[in-house]
Write a protein that binds this ligand. Structure first.
Ligand code: DP6
Length: 380
């Protein structure tokens, strides 16, 4: 390939974990949500998607590889994103109509059921925006790939406003506070062993919209109040309120999932035991020190401050005896403290069979997508 005629862009993008959940669309094709949602963006040091795009007039056709497998371009979400990016690009760009090769990878196991499509689409759209020299907020384009992806377009704490325009142009994400605002915040992801076949969040939320009366009440009455209160709690760094809202919000979408007909059940016994342990611990401490939240799967994501990590990890290690410790802990360092006798008594929860948890990721709030300029970092 003639290198003067090649454009290469590589980008990394983060995972985000919602504290106010997106659940339900008013437009399936454009991916417009029925409620606002709010999330923390996780550090890319331990979890991120990476995408390289090469564009060249010498390429004969577009190709797309995701985690080592070739993907078809015959995918509505992908073509919607490409079309929108090209529509915003200047028509005078010489490479606008060059064919391209895209290669995308996640640095964390997709099988774990962690929000990989959010990071993936945020990464793809950020790389395309760079390729076509677009400076505007393109979160509405990432949204067309996967709703929650629009929140991965920013670091820190991010609000996705549902918007009111029928074309979804104002259904965009905005940062409400940068990662540096609450530097003590930590996230523990407890990856739960689970053999059950999952219903995708896309299908499940569609079924909730069609069948759950409670969903309308949630979207119109509960979420607006909770969102406002949660933004205030983040701005004031009030962990007590933040934690209560986060847990109630997670319980609310899983209640909606139960109210969906037929129900879509994502939580298993391990998920419930983690939630019980969080409540027992908070009660022991006489204030909220840990908050759980669950997406469309059994994995528990815990928000907590760095001062609580060691003690709460002693609770988790006691209740869920780790099997193989070499690969068990990932991310930021974790120390192995002994659980105090008082706390053990207060928990009053039986020790679980070893192997209920696959592994634990310890991470923090981090930055938004980043363009990598070092050619060594390209995937292609
Ligand atoms: C439970 O963004 O994966 O994680 O827009 O259909 O691709 P689509 O759905 P997706 O749904 C995420 C749902 C959730 C809650 C959240 O992240 O807000």
């Amino acid at each position: 390939m003639d290198s003067s005629k090649v454009k290469v862009v590589t980008c990394i993008a983060p995972v985000n974990i919602a504290v106010i959940k997106y659940w339900g669309k008013s437009d399936e094709n454009l991916i417009i949500p029925i409620n606002d949602s709010l999330s923390g963006t996780l550090s890319m040091d331990f979890m991120c998607a990476k995408t390289t795009i090469i564009a060249s007039p010498e390429l004969q056709e577009n190709t797309f590889w995701l985690n080592g497998k070739e993907q078809s371009f015959n995918n509505k979400r992908l073509t919607n994103c490409l079309q929108e990016v090209k529509r915003l690009a200047s028509k005078s760009l010489p490479h606008l109509n060059w064919k391209f090769s895209i290669k995308s990878e996640n640095n964390f196991p997709t099988a774990a059921g962690l929000a990989s499509s959010a990071a993936g689409y945020a990464c793809l759209v950020s790389a395309l925006a760079k390729l076509y020299e677009i400076e505007d907020n393109v979160s509405f384009i990432a949204r067309m790939g996967s709703g929650s992806a629009c929140r991965s377009m920013y670091g820190g704490w991010v609000l996705w406003c549902k918007g009111s325009s029928p074309d979804g142009r104002d259904s965009i994400a905005k940062q409400i506070a940068p990662a540096s605002h609450w530097p003590e915040m930590r996230v523990l992801i407890l990856v739960v062993n689970d053999e059950r076949k999952k219903y995708s969040s896309t299908d499940a939320m569609k079924r909730s919209v069609e069948t759950s009366e409670l969903l309308k009440y949630r979207a119109n009455q509960i979420v607006p109040k909770m969102t406002k209160a949660c933004i205030e709690a983040i701005q004031k760094k009030d962990f007590e309120i933040f934690a209560e809202i986060t847990m109630k919000e997670s319980n609310s979408i899983h209640a909606i999932c139960q109210d969906t007909y037929p129900p879509c059940v994502y939580l298993n016994d391990t998920s419930h035991t983690v939630a019980n342990a969080v409540h027992a611990y908070n009660e022991f401490k006489s204030s909220n020190k840990v908050a759980y939240t669950y997406d469309a799967g059994p994995n528990a994501v815990l928000y907590l401050l760095d001062s609580s990590v060691d003690e709460f990890m002693s609770v988790i290690n006691y209740l869920f005896p780790p099997q193989d410790t070499a690969e068990y802990y990932k991310g930021l360092p974790l120390s192995s403290n002994q659980l105090s006798q008082d706390l053990k008594m207060a928990l009053n929860i039986p020790v679980q069979e070893p192997g209920c948890l696959k592994y634990i990721i310890h991470t923090k709030i981090g930055e938004g997508p980043k363009i990598l300029t070092d050619p060594q970092q390209h995937l292609l």
